[in-house]
Design a binder for this molecule. Sequence first.
Ligand SMILES: C[S@@+](CC[C@H](N)C(=O)[O-])C[C@H]1O[C@@H](n2cnc3c(N)ncnc32)[C@H](O)[C@@H]1O
Length: 248
Amino acid sequence: MREAESAELKEKVAEIWWFHSIDLGQGVITPGVDNSPKKLKRVQLPPSLDGKTVLDVGAWDGFFSFEAERRGAKRVLATDSVIWNGLHDTASKRGFEFARRTLGSRVEDMHIDVLDLSPERIGMFDVVFFLGVLYHMKYPLLALEKVASVTKELLILETAVDMLWTRRPAMSYYEKDELGNDPSNWCGPNPAAVLAMLRTAGFRRIEVVAGLRSVFFRIARAAYYKIKRGYPFFAAVRTDRIVVHAWK
Ligand SMILES: C[S@@+](CC[C@H](N)C(=O)[O-])C[C@H]1O[C@@H](n2cnc3c(N)ncnc32)[C@H](O)[C@@H]1O
């Protein structure tokens, strides 16, 4: 009986294009292109979110929303626009909805653009996740101000960074698909620019919890991406990703 249920679950999972790798139980993990458990370690969510309200901005399949619920959050709101609005060739909201049903989750959802976030529209949340979204923003500082406006305590930000050769705040602007061959990427701030924008947006204590990897690591990774995916080698060496925790 169990084997039949697990086989049926696997079949349904296979009908969906997944971004996140979500453990649905019964030995089934969604075949996401994203190594979500690895990202989870780097992002360093608080071990307990007991009694907290959590907002997950740009939630996609909802891996981090479900994780917040698992860590005891009393309310989780997952929001997205591009993917959930069907503006992508293959990806959609189907993964989020399927995972929520299968996990028996009470995570709420709302289709809303980052630039439309405000306390009036969605209220305020103790903890806000802004993971993998900043570099998709045409107006990054405005986006951070909108995110700050709905954050009560802690913002957890994960982002791609560029312009790593300068310590002064600086930002790349991607007119086409210069970052990762993806035309939905618009900006690559360097770490100093991320921190400066967070201060401008009203955060008082800011900590980089996962910083730049060594240049040797970045060269090896760039060579791998060049061979595997055809990404431009030097562009990949000069970019990385960081995780920042910022408190109001
Ligand atoms: C790279 S994915 C990150 C998914 C997830 N947060 C993670 O870190 O694994 C970027 C997500 O941001 C969403 N997104 C992009 N632009 C957005 C916007 N203007 N408003 C709301 N969501 C947006 C996309 O639809 C997508 O789900």
